[in-house]
Design a protein around this ligand. Structure first.
Ligand SMILES: [Zn+2]
Length: 306
């Protein structure tokens, strides 16, 4: 059993959901983020948040995967002050919805003054609501951006055990762990953080407070990042207990602090029934036979495309 605690499923296909379920992923967390181009209206942002707490959660369930999300104003769009102000007004309402396990992903991109302002405001919100936080660390100037993020979190007075610092690498991990935060690692194919490098880190640091995720989205990414890393780690001699922690138990422990994510959710899940409707709509397309119960596996192995 695996959890992928950072997956932008709104950008992924039904094939991804089927492959993830087949690979043993039982739950995903979808962080609110930007969608590849900036939104220009508060309303489109609000509809996006509605999708990740609503339709996408339903869609995942139709493939037997439990879906949770984090809500927040991302760093890129924090630079549009008018949009940012509007989103901040809506956030408290979304933060309290079912299945919302954290405020995130928030943090720095270019480390501008506006990014700093809204990062702090959202940390205050998380503190007030006693919700975990998922922090996006910048891809440029990562070391400095990561240190600065943790400085600000400490300044605001959040408990590091409530905060996941994501997108770590070899340069940032020691400080993240040493300061008491959870250290997330996003497995990016052939670029920043491949799973071979991840396995080396697991050998060096063990499994305490380390979390592996795929960060799969609309760009080149692999929705099977977590199960593939788990397999490689096991084959490379990393103890099973460590793999279980970083690919399952740690994510559950920290995001479970929201009170919105429990093991029972997937240990005793509702049976798949693709006839189910969400606001009048199902995932079926004209005349398609719905999958009900355990037919899902049979369907995956069938070579005939009808
Ligand atoms: Zn992301």
């Amino acid at each position: 059993m695996y959890i992928d605690p950072h997956a932008h499923m709104i950008s992924r296909t039904t094939d991804d959901y089927e492959a993830m379920a087949a690979a043993g992923i039982v739950a995903v967390i979808e962080p609110a983020f930007w969608i590849g181009q900036p939104r220009t209206y508060v309303g489109t942002y609000v509809d996006y948040l509605s999708s990740i707490v609503g339709w996408e959660r339903f869609r995942a369930g139709q493939f037997g995967i439990r879906h949770y999300c984090t809500v927040g104003l991302n760093s890129k769009e924090a630079n549009n002050e008018e949009l940012a102000e509007g989103v901040m007004e809506w956030l408290p309402r979304f933060a309290l919805k079912e299945g919302v396990v954290a405020i995130g992903e928030i943090g720095y991109d270019e480390q501008t003054a506006l990014e700093d302002r809204y990062f702090r405001a959202q940390l205050e919100l998380a503190k007030e609501l006693e919700l975990p936080v998922m922090v996006h660390t910048p891809h440029r100037d990562k070391k400095r951006g990561t240190t600065r993020s943790m400085d600000v979190i400490e300044e605001i007075g959040l408990d590091p055990s409530m905060v996941v610092i994501d997108h770590n690498n070899e340069e940032t991990v020691a400080e993240t762990l040493q300061r008491g935060f959870w250290a997330g690692f996003s497995i990016y194919p052939s670029t920043k953080m491949g799973n071979r490098r991840m396995v080396e880190l697991l050998k060096q640091y063990g499994g305490e407070r380390i979390i592996v995720d795929s960060a799969c989205d609309w760009g080149i990414s692999d929705s099977l990042g977590v199960p593939k890393t788990a397999r490689l780690a096991l084959e490379s001699g990393v103890p099973e207990q460590t793999v279980r922690r970083v690919c399952y138990a740690n994510a559950l422990e920290v995001y479970g602090k929201s009170g919105q994510m429990r093991e029972e959710d997937w240990l005793a899940p509702p049976e798949i029934d693709q006839r189910t409707l969400y606001a009048g709509n199902s995932i079926l397309r004209g005349g398609r036979e719905p999958i009900i119960g355990t037919e899902a596996q049979k369907r995956r192995d069938d070579l005939i495309i009808e």
